[in-house]
Design a protein around this ligand. Structure first.
Ligand SMILES: Nc1ncnc2c1ncn2[C@@H]1O[C@H](COP(=O)(O)OP(=O)(O)OP(=O)(O)O)[C@@H](O)[C@H]1O
Ligand SMILES: [Mg+2]
Length: 238
């Protein structure tokens, strides 16, 4: 299988702090890759470097063959991104925001595509509501829709389910599973291990910026090991 995301000794320092410390990993096409780790372990920093939102201090990163350090604009053009705790522009309605994204990304037939998302995530009644007046979960639904409007081959999503109710969580999880079955790749960060165990095919564990482990979720399941037990043991030993 071809690897669609690759990092080699990727590092980000803030003064003395090594937020991400020499991380080398590879993500295969068609995987649902979960980047796991406690608060402050470097997950968001990894996603920001991969998408060229922040410059790495050293090392290299490539997404779909594009250099994240030198050509972040190209990476952001081809991937979908749901940033951590990002909210859509307060002054646009939900539907205006999706039209705005469609213009930037040259997406045709936006009305139909937007309607599909409004129906799928059950927020058609909020189409014409200003984003500033949306609930947190509805804003997250909108951020989810914007990331997938252009059917990206890869989406990098930072804690995508945290504000969603159980019904919506299930919908989003099913969407992500189907998305990778169709040959796309998802790179998601989470510290909710049940979500990772439920939907991820592959996982990596970061701790204090360092990559402690990469593996297949299926292999743990075959051994009858729960991901949360594995995670706790690994952290205790490190
Ligand atoms: N702009 C910055 N300046 C200084 N330190 C930063 C900056 N951004 C992140 N950090 C630090 O880098 C480390 C990694 O942060 P990061 O946000 O990547 O963690 P995370 O794994 O996403 O955590 P969480 O699970 O809480 O979202 C933390 O110690 C954080 O305080
Ligand atoms: Mg984070």
């Amino acid at each position: 299988m071809a690897s669609v995301i690759r990092t080699d000794n990727l590092t980000k320092t803030y003064g003395e702090l090594r937020a991400v410390d020499s991380v080398s990993l590879s993500v295969e096409k068609g995987s649902l890759f979960g980047l796991l780790g406690p608060n402050g372990s470097g997950k968001t920093t990894m996603i920001k470097m991969l998408t060229g939102q922040i410059k790495a201090t050293s090392g290299s990163a490539e997404v779909l063959g594009h250099d994240s350090l030198k050509d972040g604009i190209k990476v952001r053009e081809v991937v979908g991104i749901i940033p951590e705790q990002e909210t859509p522009p307060s002054f646009l309605t939900s539907s205006e925001y999706l039209s705005f994204v469609a213009k930037i990304r040259n997406i045709e037939g936006i009305e139909k595509k937007a309607d599909w998302w409004f129906d799928y995530l059950d927020f058609a009644d909020k189409k014409d509501v200003l984003c500033k007046d949306l609930s947190r979960g509805t804003r997250q639904k909108l951020m989810f829709a914007q990331a997938f409007l252009h059917n990206p081959e890869i989406a990098l999503i930072d804690e995508p389910l945290i504000n969603l109710d159980p019904v919506m969580q299930r919908k989003v999880k099913n969407f992500l599973k189907d998305y990778v079955k169709a040959g796309n790749t998802i790179f998601l960060s989470t510290h909710i291990l049940e979500i990772a165990e439920d939907i991820c095919t592959d996982f990596a564990i970061l701790h204090k910026g360092k990559l402690l482990h990469t593996g297949k979720v299926g292999e743990l399941k075959e051994k009858g090991v729960h991901l949360d037990d594995f995670f706790m043991d690994l952290l205790e030993r490190s």
